[in-house]
Design a binder for this molecule. Sequence first.
Ligand code: ADP
Ligand code: ASP
Ligand code: MG
Length: 417
Amino acid sequence: MSLIVMKFGGSSVGTPERMQLVAKRIIERQQEGNEIIVVVSAMGDTTDDLIDQSKQLNANPPAREMDMLLSVGEQISISLLSMTIHQQGHSAVSFTGWQAGMITEKEHGKAKIKKIDPHRVITAVKNGSIAIVAGFQGMSEDGEITTLGRGGSDTTAVALAAEVGADACEIYTDVDGVYSTDPRVVKRARKLDNISYDEMLELANLGAAVLHPRAVEYAKHNNVKLVVRSSFTHNEGTVVREEAIMEQGVVVSGIAFDKNVARISILGVEDEPGVLAHVFGALADNGIDVDIIVQSGVQDGKADFSFTLSRNDADKALQVIESIRETVTHREATSDDNLVKVSIVGAGMVSNPGVAAKMFATISSLGVSIKMVSTSEIKCSCVIAPDKLSEVVIALHTAYGLDAETEVFVGGPKERR
Ligand code: ADP
Ligand code: ASP
Ligand code: MG
């Protein structure tokens, strides 16, 4: 008998009909002789709708209250899914994140899991029930409700799978696997039979929503067998594992993009030792992650520098920079949040010097200017204006020989915003 964690995303449970299909799928998997723990996200657009509602009342709500609000979405879906399974004649028990023993750091809105005590979940499963756990939510040690960051239900599922020693963690979503890029943008994206943890981690970090980056990290560190597959078809999915059998000669294996990018520029900074340490130390103390950093030349003892970060953090970052003005004197700090980042990823890039040059040439052939660049051994990212993002992704996919011979994408229309 195997123990399986099955995770269903928001669009998979977005309507009563879909909820019924998902319940059927879960029961089928149990009847194959498996013990089942389910992790489920909020239905459809619920989380976005709750955010919109909060904004109507407070443009800048306290992070604690935001977590209190957003955790409600997952509680609706666990209870409804459990009822649906009962209606289909089987036993299920729903658990909030805290009932499932999900203890997190206190950082509201992007809390990390600290430890899990899943004894109630295990007891339910041992009693023959299907355990249904709310994704995305946890509780800090002092009893405050927290959430794990957008898309965080994947992380709940993988962390739980690691803790209970599950034989597999299956991520059911609205596409039938991991593709060479978002198949909704590139119709000839290739479905991958398998992908390594490292490449998947890079793609996820660079914006591929199909898996939450922290979920991939957990899977890698705990060697969890992770499978991405469709909620609606029985097609084979994509296996994420240590070593993937990549096609011979493939230098770039995937393309990702991130629409949630802002750039902060700090102009006329007094060029003294320790300035960068002050700025980025203060940002880190405030829980703000920074991505690409560029410093331009120094003139008259003053330097300009810019960095990218998640758009949601831009206002807070400006406040932090203002708060250290006395130590880091500067003329002004500005934010541009009308930017996107496109990245190529591939373990084969290390030994191929022309790969980045081809990326720059492809982007500029579309008349798009590159505002920032960052490279590592297995990726190259360019920050550009958003207008021609789809064209850029399509052109890069072709340029690196990734196009499938025919369109193979299987997925329903995107119902989430
Ligand atoms: P869920 O609600 O199931 O968590 P998400 O919207 O978070 O679903 O993730 C699935 C979406 O990820 C797909 O609908 C697809 O548009 C997008 N996506 C982005 N990059 C990729 C990729 N490389 N392969 C597959 N899907 C991708
Ligand atoms: N409901 C949360 C979100 O929309 C978590 C998730 O779907 O994984 O981000
Ligand atoms: Mg998701």
